[in-house]
Each structure stands twice: as structure tokens, then as C-alpha cells.
Design a protein around this ligand. Structure first.
Ligand SMILES: Cc1cc2nc3c(=O)[nH]c(=O)nc-3n(C[C@H](O)[C@H](O)[C@H](O)COP(=O)(O)OP(=O)(O)OC[C@H]3O[C@@H](n4cnc5c(N)ncnc54)[C@H](O)[C@@H]3O)c2cc1C
Length: 300
């Protein structure tokens, strides 16, 4: 029986494992290898790691964690969690089961992108969603913001200070008059024609093609799409959820089910409008969740 099973080895799970390992708590980390930034070449806005490839970040973390004898990794997916605080059983993708007194969910979220031909292939490479992560790299160049007007307006407001121009492109149907006015107030130019497809340009930009036959080269930010829990455990365990689609946690990362904590993009406190989805925020949440688990193990 492990003290804790950490499901997920992105920044949240890796930091949770580090904190548990340093406190000599026997910890099993499970990793199915599906990272939210799996296609990203360089992450940003991560102090001391600005520009580091996420794969290198994870590799260094794993190398350092190998020094902690209480931390074990398995490259397997968790499929089912049963039991209760003090005695959870996790069924793995190879059919075996493992047991732990506490579980930390750090399984992240997946991005469901809007159906724009070519977009999926460019995601994380030339098409992005987060101005804090990838805006500065487009400084002084045109940016296309693709999709739903309210989010496009927000993105245009953030990116307007960085880009040479921001143009909003609707998907499927033109923006309404109200939406067009709202977008223009944020400083964006507005394409009357919806986007038809995106494809890589010869430089590191993106060719944005519209239904009227026009093409423009720009950096692309996506304003439509949805986040989905990567793993089924929130539903499986009946965890209390927030309107954002994330798991509700308290200040120490505890969910509504005793013994189950959650950290990273998949969870946030009710006081926040959504998960503050970033490498640093996920790692910080992983550390808090691990401390919460250690406290509860000490309390018996
Ligand atoms: C295109 C893009 C660019 C980004 N760029 C940046 C950036 O520059 N800077 C920044 O700070 N943030 C960036 N982010 C956000 C950042 O990637 C996330 O905030 C961060 O990865 C969240 O960490 P996490 O640990 O919660 O989840 P993840 O990193 O997604 O890790 C989830 C882990 O859970 C595992 N897992 C899932 N299901 C199971 C299962 N059933 N069993 C076992 N393991 C499972 C996965 O394999 C993985 O190990 C970017 C996001 C995207 C989409």
C-alpha cells in the first residue's frame, strides 16, 4: 500500500511527487504520456525556464525525482479508482491494480478545437490559445484571432499591445453586427468572411484562408473550443464540479471526496473564474495538494 498515488506527470503531478518524495512518503506516479502541451516546442512565462522545451522540463524533473527512493513511476494509464480514504484501489491499463491511502488527480485537460481544417496539425506549433504563453513571440507581427466573439474580443484586448494588428475571423457564419462592433471597440479588425482553413506559411506564420477566397499570413490564436477533463475520474468518483468544467478544490487541493485531491488544469478553487492554466500554477497546486495529503496522513 502506497501513501499516495499521483495520477499524471505534468507539472502538477511531478511537483506533487517531489514534495511527497522529499517527505519520505511512498508515492506511485502514473503517466499515460498525454500532456496538454505535448506538441509545444518552447514554453514561456515560466520563471527560469522561459523558452525551455516542455519535454526537457519533464525530463529534468524525472531525472531529479529518480534521486528519491520513495517515488516510483509507471508509464501506464489509470482506468478506475475504487475504495475510500485510507484504502483506494486503482486499476491500471495493464490489468493490474495498485493501492494507496490517498489519491492525487493531476490528469489535466484536453483541448477540443473548433472544426477548422488544418488547425489541429498546427496546434501548439503555430496556433495557440494563451497570449501569456505565446503572445510575445508575435511582437510586431499581424495576429489572426479565430472564433467566438466574446473570447476573440478578450484575446484582441490582450494581444493588441503586442501585435502589429489583430484581425478577428468568424467560424462558420459571419459575426453579428453587435459582435462586429464589440470586436472593433477592442481594436481588432474584423473579417466579414468566415475562416475556411489554415495551413503553414513558408516562414513560421500561418496562411489563413477565408470563404471569399482571400488569404493572409498571420500568427493564429484560437478563440473557440472547449476544455475537457482528460480522465474519467471526476465523474467516476462523483466529485463536485464547478461551472468551468473543472473539479472544485479547497485551498489545499482537497476535492469533495475525502482522500482525493486534485491539482493542475483539471481543478480550481471556487473563488477563481477558471483554472489558471499554466505550468507554474499547476506546479504550485501540485505542491499544495501534496502538503495537504501529508497533513491528512499525519492526522491519521
Ligand atoms: C498549445 C499550448 C501551449 C501552452 N503553452 C504554455 C506556456 O508556454 N507556458 C505555460 O505556463 N503553460 C502553457 N500551456 C499550459 C500548460 O500546458 C498547462 O497549464 C500544464 O501542462 C498543466 O499541467 P497539468 O500537470 O495540470 O496537466 P498536463 O501537463 O496536461 O499533464 C497531465 C498528466 O496526466 C496524465 N494522465 C492523463 N490521464 C491519465 C490517466 N488516465 N492515467 C495516467 N495518467 C494520465 C498525462 O499523461 C500527463 O502526464 C500551454 C497549453 C497549450 C494547450
Amino acid at each position: 500500500m502506497h501513501d499516495a498515488i499521483v495520477i499524471g506527470a505534468g507539472p502538477a503531478g511531478l511537483q506533487a511527487a517531489l514534495t511527497l518524495g522529499r517527505m519520505h512518503r511512498s508515492t506511485l506516479v502514473l503517466d499515460s504520456g498525454e500532456y496538454r502541451n505535448g506538441t509545444v516546442q518552447h514554453m514561456h512565462n515560466v520563471v527560469a525556464n522561459d523558452g525551455t522545451p516542455p519535454a526537457d522540463f519533464r525530463a529534468v524533473a524525472r531525472e531529479q525525482l529518480a534521486e528519491y527512493p520513495d517515488v516510483e513511476f509507471r508509464a501506464l494509464a489509470a482506468e478506475e479508482i475504487t475504495g475510500a480514504e485510507g484504502a483506494f484501489t486503482v486499476r491500471l491499463s495493464d490489468g493490474t491494480t495498485v493501492e494507496a491511502a490517498r489519491v492525487i488527480l493531476a490528469t489535466g485537460v484536453a483541448d477540443d478545437l473548433p472544426a477548422v481544417p488544418g488547425l489541429e496539425e498546427l496546434w501548439g506549433l503555430r496556433a495557440f490559445g494563451c497570449p501569456f504563453c505565446d503572445g510575445h513571440e508575435h511582437a510586431g507581427r499581424p495576429i489572426a484571432v479565430i472564433g467566438a466573439a466574446p473570447r476573440a474580443e478578450h484575446l484582441a484586448g490582450l494581444l493588441g499591445r503586442i501585435a502589429s494588428s489583430v484581425t478577428a475571423y468568424p467560424i462558420g457564419e459571419p459575426y453579428s453586427e453587435d459582435e462586429r462592433r464589440m470586436l472593433e471597440r477592442s481594436g481588432a479588425q474584423v473579417s466579414a468572411a468566415p475562416v475556411r482553413a489554415v495551413s503553414p506559411a513558408d516562414d513560421d506564420g500561418v496562411v489563413v484562408a477565408t470563404d471569399d477566397g482571400d488569404t493572409t499570413v498571420a500568427g493564429v490564436f484560437v478563440a473557440s473550443g472547449a476544455l475537457r477533463q482528460r480522465a474519467p475520474f471526476a465523474a467516476q468518483l462523483g466529485l463536485r464540479m464547478l461551472a468551468s468544467g473543472a473539479i472544485e478544490v479547497d485551498d489545499m487541493g482537497r476535492t469533495s471526496v475525502p482522500g482525493v485531491s486534485a491539482a493542475g488544469d483539471l481543478a480550481h478553487r471556487a473563488s477563481l473564474p477558471g483554472p489558471m492554466a499554466s505550468v507554474i500554477a499547476a506546479a504550485a497546486a501540485g505542491q499544495l495538494a501534496a502538503v495537504g495529503v501529508i497533513q491528512s496522513l499525519m492526522a491519521g
